[in-house]
Design a protein around this ligand. Structure first.
Ligand code: KG4
Ligand code: ZN
Length: 343
């Protein structure tokens, strides 16, 4: 059994975790920054980077003490090396390099997207390759065929905003607090999902890519018109997003023989979104899996686990591994115009 320390700071969550290659999660700690970014309605990179520096050492001490381990007992140090906000990415990566150097243990520079992609395997040893992963968060909106550790085929990405980003922008337009997803979901429960006509960008198009910018503009017009109840706009917006997610994922499922659809990312916390995707998987004759909510959103256990999977296969990195703002999981994927908020 290898013990891996995982570190994450690529967006607005600072996290550390100790995970075993036997899937034991010994300890995990996370500090969010929603309060710090709330006045700005979105993540401010400089505020995020400074907050990571302030909190990460404490989180590392906390997970070691909770697990009753010393840093000398760690077999490998895994840190997110991208993609993400570069000032933030550097915090965990440099901390990881320092610890690797001090302990003489190997560094594993983890792609944050690989962390999400492999996270369902941490809690489900039975999950077979290949599976189709819909990764829907504030920074990512991708469909990935996960073939095995280190081999990913990107079937789709967003040509503009990520789905969570669309939730956040729509919430801002409706005067709701950041992060917008949970606020929209709550308000939508009192609204009519068919009250406001909104577009389904790219629905029915030949490639399973996503687009949400036009939806945001339509919400802006609906809110400015004064003709609709905010709850109806929220419910109609949520319905439009989930219709797009279902339509695009259905097309991707037709292009893979993956037997399981896995959904991860903050938007997977939305009960309506989860239910609609589960229905789709059943209709398409596939299994459905969603990791527990805390593992779906950004965390360090998934980084430690991706590190453990790589470590066991001898995939370690030199101490000059670069921090990368952009780092596609599938280098062969064709470039999509405007794509890649973070990837
Ligand atoms: O995975 P995550 O915690 O961080 C990254 O972006 O990587 O995802 C956060 C995103 C935010 O955009 C937030 O609005 C969205 O997930 N989100 C939701 C819900 N909870 C969080 N979107 C829709 N419904 C929710 N219940
Ligand atoms: Zn993420």
């Amino acid at each position: 059994m290898a013990l891996v320390l995982g570190l994450e700071s690529s967006c607005d969550d600072t996290a550390a975790a100790l995970v075993g290659s036997d899937r034991a999660i010994l300890a995990h700690a996370l500090a969010g920054q929603n309060e710090a970014h709330r006045p700005f309605g979105g993540v401010v990179p400089e505020i995020a980077a400074r907050a990571h520096v302030e909190i990460l050492p404490e989180l590392i001490r906390r997970v070691l003490s909770e697990a009753g381990k010393t840093i000398g007992e760690v077999d490998a140090v895994a840190a997110t090396a991208g993609p993400g906000l570069i000032g933030g990415v550097m915090v965990a990566l440099l901390a990881g390099k320092g610890l690797a150097l001090a302990t003489g243990r190997p560094l594993i520079a983890v792609n944050h997207l690989e962390g999400h992609a492999l996270s369902p395997r941490l809690v489900d040893p039975e999950l077979e390759f290949p599976y189709l992963l819909l990764l829907v968060s504030g920074g990512h909106c991708q469909l990935l065929e996960v073939r095995r550790v280190g081999e990913y085929r990107r079937l789709a990405t967003t040509i503009d905003d990520a789905a969570g980003e669309a939730f956040d922008k729509a919430a801002k337009l409706l005067g709701l607090p950041y992060p917008g997803g949970p606020a929209i979901e709550t308000l939508a429960a009192q609204g009519d999902p068919h009250a406001v006509p909104l577009p389904r960008p790219l629905a029915g198009s030949g490639e399973p890519h996503f687009s949400f910018a036009g939806l945001k503009s339509a919400v802006q017009r609906a809110a400015a018109s004064g003709e609709h109840r905010p709850a109806d706009i929220a419910a109609s917006f949520q319905q439009a997003i989930l219709d797009c997610l279902v339509d695009r994922t259905k097309l991707a499922l037709e292009r893979t023989n993956a037997r399981t659809l896995v959904v991860a990312g903050g938007v997977a916390a939305n009960a309506r979104v989860r239910a609609a995707l589960e229905r789709l998987a059943i209709d398409e004759g596939r299994s459905f899996a969603v990791p527990p909510a805390w593992l779906c959103t950004d965390n360090a256990a998934m980084i430690a686990w991706a590190g453990a999977e790589r470590f066991e296969r001898g995939l370690t990195d030199p101490l000059d591994a670069p921090a990368r703002a952009r780092w596609p999981l599938d280098a062969q994927a064709e470039k999509v115009r405007g794509a890649g908020v973070k990837a």
